[in-house]
Write a protein that binds this ligand. Structure first.
Ligand SMILES: N[C@@H](CCC(=O)N[C@@H](CS)C(=O)NCC(=O)O)C(=O)O
Length: 231
């Protein structure tokens, strides 16, 4: 039967830009599991109605249906416990959740203020209408105002990155000598940017730049070969 991952796409079905979906893609690769990607546009909620909710990623593992990236990571760790660990034990799971929260509440808010119009430009006309309406309501401003003064937004992003910068200056991966879910959950923000935007976010001599390069190369260039822009 195999594993399917329902992932958000743009107007082009192979523009798989959702950060939450990239977390799960890399977690599956870490576990050495084959996966079939099912692209889903914003307007194609019918494709994931079977999951009982409206957001991607949704994992379907031979009929076991799991929505939500953090739940998917936990499911994979618990179900495929004989394969390489995503968390490195119970303490690691708790600390990884901290990274996950920092990404959701720090990194993503900084990135959406850079990427919102670039995302909009990669959607079908119907999805553009949906994206503009939902995001402008959420942020209380237009997409254009949200992303105004990009240099300032990129500077703010680089401030948010300080803890990650200190860490990957001292060790190759967030999880230590080898990558694990803490790396995937942080990297997915950069993959989001890379898939959807030509903007340069990091200086070439930034330790975060070097770490991102290591992440792009993992699993035969899984992330680096995906449709996107040079970064
Ligand atoms: N907490 C969820 C968040 C999922 C989420 O927000 N997914 C976005 C894509 S990154 C989505 O499905 N958006 C569809 C929409 O806004 O209609 C997770 O981590 O999986």
């Amino acid at each position: 039967v195999g594993i399917k991952l329902y992932e958000l796409c743009g107007a082009e079905p192979d523009r798989l830009f959702s950060p939450n979906c990239w977390r799960s893609r890399l977690a599956l690769a870490h576990k050495g599991l084959d996966v079939e990607t099912v692209p889903v546009r914003f307007g194609e909620k019918d494709k994931i109605a079977f999951s009982g909710q409206t957001l991607v990623p949704v994992l379907d593992d031979g009929g076991k249906v799991v929505p939500d990236s953090w739940a998917i990571a936990g499911y994979l760790e618990d179900t495929y416990g004989d394969r390489p660990s995503l968390f490195g034990g119970a303490g690691g799971r708790g600390l990884t959740r901290f990274v996950n929260e920092w990404v959701g509440r720090g990194l993503f808010p900084a990135l959406i203020r850079i990427l919102a119009v670039d995302i909009y430009n990669h959607l079908t006309p119907a999805d553009q209408t949906y994206f503009r309406q939902t995001r402008e309501k959420y942020f209380g401003t237009t997409l254009e105002a949200l992303t105004a003064e990009p240099e300032k937004k990129i500077a703010a992003l680089n401030q948010v990155l300080e803890p990650l910068r200190g860490l990957v200056k001292a060790q190759p991966f967030v999880a230590g000598d080898r990558p694990a879910y803490a790396d995937y959950t942080a990297f997915c923000g950069f993959q989001w940017a890379r898939c959807i935007s030509a903007k340069r976010l990091l200086a070439a001599d930034d330790p975060v730049h070097a770490w991102r390069g290591r992440m792009l190369a993992l699993y035969g260039g899984l992330a680096g070969n995906a449709k996107g822009y040079p970064c």
